[in-house]
Ligand binder design. Structure first.
Ligand code: URA
Length: 250
């Protein structure tokens, strides 16, 4: 038996636009199924059997998946590793079939938002250095993070290899004293993704990240109801927000 899917969902998954853009395209008569103009964007089709076309060009169907994971500590964000457990090992066997991979890397001890997909184009766009997709991290840092650090991060700091970071926004949420040391809870938004970037930025201002969690990536925020080590499919709204982000070119 073939797969049954709404034609607007299929086209949106194939990168033809958001669900509302597809609706508009349907109204404009741009979508045909088996040569007939589609009237209802909710039409159910079987991509294995029906011939779907957008502006006259056949749409080649490929099944895509998008998962949001709350990465736990102790696993690496790669698809395969000879020795270590990877985020792919945390997926149910049926969710591995379409070979999703993590979009970008979090360190082994970093937790939080990780997107997994087999949509290479979307992944490429989210990771492209030219797109400067913002990533926000929450961290616990040993040291008294203050206005000086905010300013330095805003101006850009030189990392250990001499690379000067792009302007980043730092916010201090809380300060605590513990065993004679001061610890700061912060949020930092960066617009690039150098290796160990957040940890190295704090090293550059003589402080140490002791806990790091990614809370957002572009328009996608971590679903805080997901326990660490679990995941779910992106909602249509989340997927649309990623696609809009892509179209806006920001
Ligand atoms: N910055 C880091 O230092 N580590 C991460 O995992 C992500 C950003």
């Amino acid at each position: 038996m073939g797969k049954r899917i709404r034609v607007d969902k299929l086209l949106s998954h194939m990168g033809f636009g958001t669900r509302s853009e597809i609706k508009k395209a349907v109204k404009q008569g741009k979508v045909t199924v088996d040569g007939k103009t589609v009237k209802d964007s909710g039409l159910i089709v079987d991509p294995g059997h029906n011939e779907i076309a957008y502006e006259g060009s056949p749409v080649v169907y490929r099944d895509v998946v998008y998962f949001m994971m709350n990465k736990p500590p102790g696993v690496i964000s790669a698809t395969e590793d000879g020795r270590e457990r990877t985020v792919i090992d945390l997926l149910e066997p049926e969710d591995r079939l379409l070979e999703p991979f993590p979009v970008g890397r979090l360190d082994k001890d970093t937790v939080g938002l990780l997107l997994l997909t087999n949509d290479g184009q979307l992944a490429h766009e989210l990771l492209s250095p030219r797109k400067h997709v913002p990533k926000t991290y929450q961290a616990r840092v040993r040291g008294d993070v203050g206005d000086d650090d905010k300013q330095r991060f805003q101006e850009g700091v030189a990392l250990d290899d001499g690379y000067v970071t792009m302007p980043a926004e730092l916010q201090v949420l809380e300060r605590q004293n513990q065993d004679g040391d001061v610890y700061s809870t912060i949020r930092l938004t960066i617009h690039e993704g150098k290796f160990h970037q957040v940890k190295r930025m704090f090293e550059a201002v003589d402080k140490k990240v002791v806990y790091l969690k990614r809370v957002s990536m572009g328009p996608l925020g971590l679903d805080e109801t997901l326990p660490e080590g679990t995941y779910r499919e992106l909602t249509e709204e989340e997927l649309d927000s990623l696609r809009m982000h892509r179209h806006s070119g920001s």
